[in-house]
Design a protein around this ligand. Structure first.
Ligand SMILES: *Cc1c(COP(=O)(O)O)cnc(C)c1O
Length: 408
């Protein structure tokens, strides 16, 4: 079959890039690498060059590329049934939800597909709960500056990133933005009309920003006093990335609702969920919310295999141990090319010192040294290697970073 896209035989990376640029919308600015294969912490381009993956699909690949247990679960399910719609029961949904609830210490699971849908669903459920249980109609949800919760119209309504908002209005009302990490500002913003506080326990896209100690505990206390819900967006920070199932676990704080995504699909397909308390998720009745693909058999089978990997604690331990190594080595670069390092577990945001390369230039320089990562903005890089990476490969990536920033 030939299509419009078929020109002369395509061989080199430039041909693939030209094709992307001609036919796919320009809402991304990818590095000029064309990946054709991947395994574990490594990807290979169309010319056969190997690169270490230090981005891991923004934490969607916490278990590495094509983890054998995840592939086996997917292949097995492909041979049985992939989609039923929620019009019928199937034999994977209840198992997935019960296993995920057990792992996360929650009561109930609302399965969706993408992260943005999980956040949208949490917002809808919180509003419905406030309406039914507290009699608050059209209440407010308090969010933090610098947030990233996805790309839908409602979600960009409360983004503080002008690029994500400009030209996309009109926006959804009902959100109040306060500075991230500022407990006093949060206290000030919460009123009797507050339905929920929605936070990332660590802000990923903002540059792996860790709030001050005690902030999340304070947020929990303020929600309790006001009878408001705490919603933790753990789409990037959760599922072992910081060394625990949830980043909130580091402060021993429990949220009423958590949003999960990215790694929940094992890097194979989009799988997301809202997990949390039955008194909140239990308000939904048939017909009030849904998704054609949410909770499909293939997604549930892969999700169960992800939960299986997390239930051993192995990936949490790796993140803790390798993260300590990563942060100790990055700490040595502060003053030698880096101006700041933040993060927890095998997850770091690094700021390149003033006068040095831009984030984009640093990523291009890393690419030529066989390491792939992505700037968040300006001169900040986010490092999030897969949690199965070997210490040797981790060191290789850090060595490359040290070289690149030392050029400054
Ligand atoms: C990636 C991300 C989302 C959105 O997930 P999508 O699957 O891209 O819709 C939401 N919240 C956080 C914290 C994220 O990192």
């Amino acid at each position: 079959m030939t299509t419009l896209a078929d020109g002369p035989a395509r061989t080199g990376p430039a041909d693939f890039i030209a094709l992307d640029e001609r036919w796919s919308t320009h809402n991304y600015h990818p590095l000029p690498v064309v990946i054709a294969q991947a395994e574990g912490a490594w990807v290979t381009d169309v010319d056969g060059n190997a690169y270490l993956d230090f981005l891991a699909g923004y934490s969607a690949l916490n278990f590495g590329h094509r983890h054998p247990d995840l592939l086996a679960a997917a292949v097995e399910q492909l041979g049985r049934v992939t989609l039923t719609s929620r019009a019928f029961h199937h034999d994977q949904l209840g198992l997935f939800c019960s296993e995920l609830a057990e792992l996360t210490g929650t009561d109930m699971v609302l399965p969706m597909n993408t992260g943005a849908e999980a956040v949208e669903s949490a917002i809808k459920v919180a509003r419905k709960w406030a309406c039914q249980v507290k009699g608050i109609t059209e209440g407010e949800i308090v969010v933090a500056s610098g947030n990233f919760h996805g790309r839908t119209t409602t979600i960009v309504s409360f983004s503080t990133d002008e690029t994500a908002r400009a030209g996309f209005g009109p926006f959804t009302p009902g959100f109040v933005v306060v500075p991230y990490g500022d407990a006093a500002a949060l206290a000030e913003a919460i009123t009797e009309r507050t339905v929920a506080v929605l936070l990332e326990p660590i802000q990923g896209e903002a540059g792996v920003v860790v709030p001050p100690d005690g902030y999340l505990t304070k947020a929990r206390g303020l929600c309790d006093e006001a009878g408001a819900l705490l919603i933790a967006d753990e789409i990037q920070s959760g599922l072992a990335r910081t060394g625990t199932v949830f980043a909130l676990d580091h402060e021993r704080v429990t949220a009423d609702l958590y949003t999960l995504g990215k790694a929940l699909g094992g890097g194979i397909l989009p799988v997301s969920a809202v997990v949390g308390k039955a008194k909140v998720l239990g308000v939904l009745r048939p017909g009030e919310h849904g998704s054609t693909f949410g909770g499909n058999p293939l997604a549930c089978a892969v999700g169960r295999a992800v939960v299986g990997l997390l239930s051993t604690g192995e990936f949490q331990q790796r993140s803790t141990a390798l993260g300590a190594h990563l942060h100790s080595r990055l700490g040595e670069l502060v003053g030698s090319g880096l101006s700041a390092v933040r993060g927890r577990g095998l997850w770091a945001g690094v700021d390149i010192a003033e006068g040095g390369l831009s984030g984009r230039q640093a990523c291009e320089a890393l690419m030529t040294r066989g390491v792939l990562c992505k700037e968040t903005h300006g001169s900040t890089l986010r490092l999030a290697p897969p949690l199965m990476i070997s210490e040797r490969d981790l060191d290789q990536g850090i060595d490359a970073l040290a070289e690149v920033v030392a050029v400054a």
